[in-house]
Design a protein around this ligand. Structure first.
Ligand SMILES: Nc1ncnc2c1ncn2[C@@H]1O[C@H](COP(=O)(O)OP(=O)(O)OP(=O)(O)O)[C@@H](O)[C@H]1O
Ligand SMILES: [Mg+2]
Length: 194
């Protein structure tokens, strides 16, 4: 059995409940995963239903990569399921939702010590990812950081999924600049050269 076969979850074990959010690649549901064999138990999970069946290979590679990571500040990926032609990715459910919405909806403005605690959690997750696991994220953004109980935070949703990392970088005077930051760097260059 290959590594990815071990991560396959039978569709009957998964139930989707309400929608938690939607992104470019899929719709995320809160759901339950029936685990175990003779004795079974239900675990709360988040399930991303991908929109595009062509993403199967990339989805499997991403699930394999994420499932090997184990850190308190990285969202746990449990596996992948194929109830129909588009894959479902099963991951830990983060009850506080994404950091972007959390900051925007925080009543009265977020205190500095809460911001510091969240930033520190993200930094620990990224340190583990880059230095211990020797992986890159590729799409670190507030919408991809997820909140748990007591302001715990975990980094999720790596960017390599829909976009080859190397392809998204340009050589800028022999330095590598990510495509998504090119507009920013271009504007800075224009304004500082005026
Ligand atoms: N593991 C999770 N636990 C709880 N909520 C989640 C989880 N993963 C995603 N969500 C919710 O679902 C929303 C959509 O996530 P998704 O990753 O599909 O889209 P996105 O990050 O907004 O955009 P992109 O398609 O660029 O990743 C998130 O903003 C978040 O609120
Ligand atoms: Mg995302």
């Amino acid at each position: 059995m290959s590594d990815i076969d071990n991560l396959r979850i039978a569709p009957w074990r998964l139930d989707t409940e309400e929608v938690l959010g939607e992104g470019a690649l899929g719709i995320v549901y809160r759901g339950t995963w029936t685990r175990g064999n003779k004795t079974t138990w239900e675990e709360d999970v988040a399930i991303k239903l991908l929109k595009d069946p062509l993403l199967i290979d990339k989805a499997e590679a991403e699930v394999l990569r994420m499932s090997r990571l184990d850190h308190p500040n990285i969202v746990k990926c449990f596996g992948i399921s194929f109830p129909n032609e588009t894959p479902w990715i099963v991951m830990e459910c983060m009850t506080g939702g994404d950091l972007l919405s959390y900051i925007c909806n925080y009543a009265g403005g977020m205190p500095v010590d809460t911001m510091t605690q969240l930033a520190y959690g993200i930094a620990l997750g990224m340190q583990y990812l880059h230095h211990t696991a020797d992986q890159y994220h590729g799409d670190l953004a507030a919408r991809n950081c997820l909140i748990g109980p007591n302001n715990t935070i975990k980094v999720g949703d790596f960017g390599k999924f829909d976009n080859d990392y190397e392809d998204s970088y340009f050589d800028w005077n022999h330095g590598q600049v990510c495509a998504k930051f090119l507009i920013y760097f271009s504007l800075v260059t224009i304004f500082t050269s005026l």
